[in-house]
Write a new protein. Structure first.
Length: 260
């Protein structure tokens, strides 16, 4: 493949990273150096690592991805927000595809910031239009149908259109958040999984991991949609992202018991 073709493929691929504490150790190390030895003792080679966008930049350089490049540091909703921003870049024509990475480190610095043991986690998903995937013979695993970020769960669900897509099969949510919805809530019928209760605090990696888990769930032939939510009344916002089976995997209207 010649150079022009390589640029054509990779030049329009965006990188969107979700991380809240990804470079916390580098930032704290720089602060400690300033406090103990002064600003003149900072290494110019280490300073780029204090940028919140250093991970996205490294991924783009390492894999020669020349599309838009950004990092979302948005608290508990960061992962779902990053997926939504990547989707927006594609819809707006700024990118033909996007690599979305959710990553958080484990270590003494992060544990001190969180006040609890952290989880070392990294996950990535690729977003692209369905027709683009079909043109290269790829099989889409899930379709992003709706997304919203709001002050509370009810508003986020409304904004994401969670009630409009029919019955759902899986709800990826915080157990406390799910319990707060109440037994009479329509979501109560869904199967629920709290990834953080099983893996520990995931912070910015949570939403991206939820999307990866949803893709595996839908690819396995499971019925119903997948709803991923992050945030609760104890946070400043809640995000909701609805994923549905791609057209090729959706049951026909007759299989659903509906009329054409």
């Amino acid at each position: 493949m010649n150079r022009c073709a390589v640029q054509g493929v990779y030049g329009s691929t965006a990188v969107v990273v979700s991380t809240n504490l990804g470079n916390a150790d580098s930032v704290c190390e720089a602060i400690d150096t300033i406090a103990t030895a002064g600003v003149m003792c900072l290494s110019p080679l280490a300073l780029p690592q204090t940028s919140s966008n250093v991970i996205a930049g490294w991924v783009a350089i390492r894999y020669r991805l020349r599309g838009p490049n950004l990092t979302v540091c948005n608290g508990v909703t960061s992962g779902l927000d990053a997926v939504a921003w990547a989707r927006n870049l594609i819809i707006a024509g700024r990118a033909e595809a996007a690599v979305v990475v959710g990553v958080e480190p484990a270590g003494d610095v992060v544990t001190k910031v969180l006040g609890q043991q952290s989880t070392d986690a990294a996950v990535a998903v690729v977003l692209e239009p369905a027709d683009a995937a079909a043109s290269r013979g790829a099989r889409p695993r899930a379709t992003i149908t709706g997304y919203a970020r709001a002050r509370n769960l009810a508003s986020a669900l409304d904004g994401a259109g969670a009630a409009e897509e029919g019955p759902g099969g899986l709800w990826l949510a915080d157990e406390a958040e799910a319990a707060g919805a109440g037994a009479s809530h329509p979501l109560a019928a869904r199967r629920r999984i709290d990834l953080q209760s099983q893996l520990g605090p995931l912070s910015g990696a949570l939403g991206v991991l939820q999307c990866a888990a949803a893709a595996v769930y839908l690819e396995g032939g499971a019925t119903g949609n997948v709803l991923a939510t992050a945030g609760s009344p104890r946070h400043d916002a809640t995000a909701a992202l609805l994923l549905t089976p791609p057209p090729a995997l959706r049951p026909s209207t007759q299989e659903r018991g509906q009329h054409p």
